[in-house]
Design a protein around this ligand. Structure first.
Ligand SMILES: Cc1cc2nc3c(=O)[nH]c(=O)nc-3n(C[C@H](O)[C@H](O)[C@H](O)COP(=O)(O)O)c2cc1C
Length: 176
């Protein structure tokens, strides 16, 4: 196992090695949606979603300060976490493009000014009201209080590991 330490902080090599080490933590993939006062709703692909607290019911995710959606997301009255299933890689890519054409595949309505969009076929959705925002270096950490959730427990997740999408097929099931 390689180890890395003590190179100039912020150098390209160090950042690449740090990213590689982080990518060893397998995650699911989610799309954060939120209403926007003007124009299309917010939609951002994230792998940083995680659970925080059962009581109260809290979740978190972090958003890059360079995200075009950040300012609107910081002031959004609500947002939703849409956990993607393994067939939704295209959906993930769509919401991972800054300034991309994120919403042309669907017809939105005026009601979208009030509520976050729930994506069809998501494995689980968590509708949230903002609970806290924290400084996370070059990211902002959002903590949301879950107001409603639903799940399809027999669905299969889209997985992100080692900088690539994976599915459960490629993983041996681990015995507990
Ligand atoms: C699998 C995957 C996971 C990602 N996870 C995050 C994340 O946790 N936080 C983040 O800020 N960006 C993440 N991104 C990148 C954003 O989706 C991307 O920067 C997006 O363009 C932001 O949209 P915006 O600039 O229009 O707001 C991820 C991208 C992919 C493909």
């Amino acid at each position: 196992m390689g180890s890395t330490a003590a190179q100039p902080e912020g150098s390209v090599d160090v950042q690449r090695q740090f990213r590689t080490a982080l990518s060893m933590f397998a995650t699911g993939v989610a799309v954060i949606t939120a209403p926007r006062q003007e124009g299309h709703p917010i939609g951002i692909t994230v792998a940083s979603f995680n659970s925080v607290s059962l009581d109260p019911p809290l979740i978190l995710f972090s958003v890059d300060r360079r995200s075009m959606s950040l300012a609107d997301l910081c002031s959004a009255p609500s947002y939703a976490v849409n956990v993607l299933e393994e067939t939704q890689q295209e959906m993930s890519n769509r919401f991972a493009k800054a300034n991309g054409d994120k919403w042309s595949w669907r017809n939105g309505g005026a009601s979208e000014r009030d509520a976050a969009v729930l994506l069809p076929d998501a494995l689980a959705t968590f509708e949230c009201e903002p609970y806290a925002q924290h400084d996370g270096g070059d990211h902002v950490i959002f903590v949301g209080r879950v107001t409603r959730h639903r799940a399809r427990p027999h669905g299969r997740p889209l997985i992100f590991f080692g900088g690539r999408y994976r599915s459960l097929d490629a993983v041996q099931s681990a015995s507990a």
